[in-house]
Design a protein around this ligand. Structure first.
Ligand code: F6R
Length: 607
């Protein structure tokens, strides 16, 4: 995944235009890139690993001939970064090239089917099935448009693609399903892009390709059809008024806000993880004598929440531990029977890697959960899973936290099944609800954002916050605190609510703000009492509650609501959304830049 771009020019060479368009997405981060062009001499493809300009200096991308070209920058999800796995991908005869952004869920079945019919594959990507499917349809006598349409009908997942074909060097066929794709319309060219900024300096006239629409672009026109019934779609270009800087963030003021809003999509991607990887990791967890969940910062908070998930549904006791403490605390006890599940967005955090290296030398089994395929963590792990969140630019981790939680909830559920620990009925119910996570998060964002913004306005002058939660919500309290702390420099404190009598209660004076995380789980009754106790000392309570929780709504000073009737182990995924928004809007209200927190970097790789 990451970005696709293409153009059909009236005259001139398209490759340098595509190269410049891909470079405009440089800030997003990627591991490899490539381009394909078509002209009367056929199809031409160049690609490689690294930054776009490095690839250009190695392979002279701009020399690709022809006025039609497509390009791709890649963030690996299926298959590590390599020349073979870089896009464009081609069919057996090198006539069709495809760039693809997204995930093909059923690629393993399609690949096996195509291989049984003698198609040969060069990469480990899910994307490569697409040119081979198109190739088969072309061989049946279909033209490129119909051949692509028939191929798309076989694909499951979410994706945007662009296709060029040596024997029809006058067009690009493109399509999107649950992904983003926009055409740019100029007098001398037509562009397609997964991200509008790629063509924004060239034209401000844009046509949005909606879900399940297929577009064919030529130098002077474009045709759009609904893929299902092939009804034509008539769309006129609209003027984009975003300045380039805002366009990079898809219209959001900051990457942090964009990434908070990316969560429904990134969570949909975590539901598309390949069964075989989840099953394999589940088997390793099941066999382990002891399991350590090792990570730093936000990833550690995900581990803490996951320890409740594993214990509650799979009856597996795990040890969540901050990677910086791992060697000191557990170093001597690690052995061949130990299993380390290391969780790291970047896969490069020094403390996490040091803990992993120590455990590896003691012959422990290393499992990895990381957003970056090809990172050091993927290389040292026996099995790894990439939750497919896409690159995260904001220094404050947001979408990768909820993706880590969703992935570990799926692992916990699989382990519960394997161990026969909970009834089939319970498993079915949790599975059904897990599928609803993305829409539930979407709904929280739609209904609560304005309310959170008002709460931030009200509390922006506060110098200190206490965050309290019980059970799994202790992890949410920690993460809510970290978000506020790193974007606002407000020295806040998270505590297990049950511990408040052992110190924190002494802090409370009239108007002292306390954030409570209150899902309706087995801790609810106690949390109600906790709120009453701090209210009695004069605290101002901001509560994160489930919809319809009148008990807490009537005693809290302010509240935000999250979806109700979801499995309790999933509550951190929902409850953290208003807290991410709270940190964001507090920073904005206080005139701080949430994308550039003081003294912090995205990934801590030095010590
Ligand atoms: C918090 C944050 C950091 C990271 C931590 C671990 O918003 O971004 O605390 O969570 O540095 O990073 P990874 O997950 O890359 O190992």
């Amino acid at each position: 995944m990451v970005g696709i771009f293409g153009c059909v020019l009236k005259d001139g060479n398209a490759a340098p235009v595509v190269h410049a368009g891909l470079r405009r997405l440089e800030h997003i981060g990627y591991d490899s890139a490539g381009e394909a062009s078509v002209n009367a001499d056929g199809l031409h493809v160049r690609k490689g690993v690294g930054r776009i300009d490095e690839i250009h200096s190695n392979f002279s991308l701009d020399d690709l001939p022809g006025r039609i070209a497509v390009g791709h920058i890649r963030w690996a999800t299926h298959g590590a970064p390599s020349n073979e796995n870089a896009h464009p991908h081609v069919d057996c005869e090198g006539q069709i090239a495809v760039v693809h952004n997204g995930i093909i869920e059923n690629y393993a079945e399609l690949k096996a089917e195509l291989e049984s019919r003698q198609h040969s594959f060069k990469s480990k990507t899910d994307s490569e099935v697409i040119p081979h499917l198109i190739e088969e349809n072309l061989k049946k006598g279909l033209g490129l448009v119909k051949a692509t349409r028939e191929a798309i009908k076989r694909l499951e997942g979410s994706f945007a693609i662009a296709v060029v074909y040596a024997k029809e060097p006058d067009k690009i066929v493109c399509f999107q399903k649950e992904s983003s794709l926009t055409l740019g319309i100029a007098s001398n060219a037509t562009y397609l892009a997964s991200d509008t900024p790629m063509f924004l300096p060239l034209t401000k006239e844009a046509v949005t390709i909606d879900n399940q629409e297929l577009a064919v672009i030529y130098d002077e026109k474009y045709d759009i059809h609904q893929i299902g019934d092939w009804s034509p779609v008539d769309k006129k270009p609209e003027l984009i008024e975003w300045v380039p800087e805002k366009a990079e963030k898809q219209g959001y003021a900051h990457f942090m806000l964009k990434e908070i809003h990316d969560q429904p999509v990134s969570l949909r991607n975590t539901l598309r993880l390949q069964d075989q990887y989840l099953d394999l990791m589940t088997t390793f967890l099941d066999r382990a004598n002891e399991v350590f969940l090792v990570a730093c910062g936000t990833s550690y908070h995900a581990c803490l929440a996951a320890s409740y998930m594993f214990s509650k549904v799979a009856f597996l006791s795990t040890h969540p531990i901050a990677a910086s403490e791992f060697i000191e605390q557990e170093g001597k006890s690690i052995n061949i029977g130990s299993t380390i599940l290391a969780v790291s967005q970047s896969g490069e955090t020094t403390d996490t890697l040091a803990a992993v290296e120590h455990a590896r030398l003691q012959a422990a089994t290393i499992l990895g959960l990381t957003n970056v395929l090809g990172s050091t963590l993927t290389r040292v792990s026996r099995v790894y899973i990439c939750p497919q969140s896409g690159p995260e630019i904001g220094v404050a981790a947001t979408k990768t936290f909820t993706a880590q939680l969703s992935t570990m909830a799926q692992l916990a559920l699989r382990l519960a099944k394997l161990r026969g620990k909970i009834s089939n009925k319970e498993i079915d119910l949790i599975e059904e609800k897990i599928a609803l996570i993305p829409t539930a998060v979407e709904r929280i964002l739609q209904t609560q954002e304005e309310k959170v913004r008002q709460i931030a306005k009200k509390y922006r002058g506060q110098k200190f916050f206490l965050f309290l939660g019980r059970g799994i919500s202790r992890a949410t309290a920690l993460e809510g605190t970290l978000k506020l702390l790193e974007t606002n420099y407000i020295p806040s404190m998270p505590f297990a609510a049950g511990e408040k009598e052992n110190g924190p209660i002494g802090l409370i004076t009239e108007g002292f703000p306390v954030v409570f995380i209150c899902p309706r789980d087995e801790t609810h009754e106690k949390i109600v009492n906790d709120i009453k106790e701090v209210k009695a000392q004069g605290a101002s309570v901001i509560a994160v509650v489930e919809e319809g929780d009148e008990t807490i709504k009537t005693i809290a000073d302010d509240y935000v609501e999250v979806v109700k009737d979801m499995p309790k182990i999933l509550s951190p995924i929902f409850c953290i959304i208003p807290l991410q928004l709270f940190a964001y809007y507090m920073a904005v209200e206080r005139g701080l830049d949430p994308d550039r927190p003081r003294h912090l970097t995205k990934s801590v790789t030095v010590k």
